[in-house]
Design a protein around this ligand. Structure first.
Ligand code: SF4
Length: 88
């Protein structure tokens, strides 16, 4: 079972391919496209509509990147397995 780390200000999880996905919950404005582009990876929580990670391996890395690009305020960050930020 994959561990998703949810705190006040972020939702973060490491994919099996080593990439780390982080949603900055302070920045997230609940716009939603991430959960449409990568619906098996992101969902919007009921309380305030902010995006949390459901399953970091739910969608392909390409889909996760597309979801990050779709975020209007770039609240989704992706790092490779060496910790290097590849998006944004
Ligand atoms: S697209 Fe960005 S602002 Fe919209 S819910 Fe996802 S993370 Fe939040």
């Amino acid at each position: 079972m994959v561990q998703v780390n949810n705190t006040e200000d972020k939702s973060e999880a490491v994919r099996q391919d080593g990439y780390t996905i982080t949603v900055d919950l302070d920045k997230c404005i609940s716009a939603g496209p991430c959960s449409i582009v990568a619906p098996l990876t992101f969902y919007l929580r009921d309380s305030d509509g902010k995006a949390l990670i459901l399953d970091p391996d739910g969608d392909s890395l390409e889909k996760v990147k597309e979801a990050a690009r779709s975020c209007p305020i770039l609240a989704i960050f992706i790092k490779d397995k060496n910790g290097k930020q590849i998006f944004p």
